[in-house]
Design a binder for this molecule. Structure first.
Ligand code: 6GU
Length: 229
């Protein structure tokens, strides 16, 4: 899978992709992440990427030209399955969206800033608009990193234990059960007996019960959706 991220703040994105799982996924050749600076495609003398909004009002709007030139260049090089715009008024990111996106070959992620991008970029190029939650971030970069992380970890071979993405929270609309490692007792708190029993069936049953209990307590809304969303 190839992901092209378009931003005016590339330095905000270099960190997340150069460590841990996202880094290893690229090293293994399972995905390519290319970060593009929109400012490199600005044509004006001062390399402007934003301008005042028509009709007045506070806040700058990201201009059409630099973004359009960059997307045109990328589209001339390969076909894209989705061109995603990260925006607080997009559809809310949920596990099922990441599940869909991880099957794609090439995607573009456009990060918004200021008041957002000129509406015509959305009309002409964008195929999907995604928000990561009901709060405002300074820009789409951190949201793009969140989206890319949730997608890349689902690509087969990225996680060492092939089954572990399947047992993630949310994959079956359940939160994860509590987990423990050594020591068996810490400050008077014991690891539940069943986890030390070696009885795999009993352990599975315990984990399922705990996952359900936790979901009822913390996210009853997930249970209303039913299995598989
Ligand atoms: Cl995708 N962008 C911004 N700027 N704020 C957000 C968001 C995206 N998702 C939630 N808040």
């Amino acid at each position: 899978m190839r992901i092209d991220i378009l931003t005016i703040l590339p330095e905000l994105l270099s960190g997340p992709f150069s460590a841990s799982i996202l880094h290893r996924a690229q090293q293994k050749g399972l995905c390519e992440v290319h970060i593009h600076n929109i400012r490199d495609y600005a044509t004006s003398k001062h390399k402007n990427v934003d301008d005042y909004q028509y009709g007045g009002g506070a806040g700058m709007v990201m201009m059409c030209e630099p973004i359009a030139s960059l997307i045109d260049k990328l589209k001339a090089e390969r076909d894209y399955d989705e061109i995603i715009y990260m925006t607080p008024d997009g559809e809310l990111l949920e596990q099922n969206i990441s599940n869909q996106l991880c099957l794609l070959k090439n995607i573009i992620i456009l990060c918004g800033h200021y008041k957002g991008v000129d509406e015509r970029i959305r009309q002409l190029y964008i195929t999907r608009e995604i928000s990561i939650g009901s709060y405002v971030l300074s820009g789409g970069e951190l949201a793009a990193a969140v989206l890319a992380d949730s997608v890349i970890r689902l690509i087969p071979g990225v996680l060492n234990d092939e089954t572990s993405a399947l047992t993630d929270s949310f994959q079956d609309n359940l939160l994860s059960p509590p987990v423990y490692t050594r020591p068996p007792e810490f400050r008077g708190l014991k690891v539940p007996e069943v986890l030390l029993s070696g009885d795999f069936n009993k352990i599975e049953k315990y984990r399922e019960e705990q996952a359900l209990e936790r979901t009822k307590q913390r996210r009853p809304d997930l249970l209303e959706h039913g299995e598989g969303n």
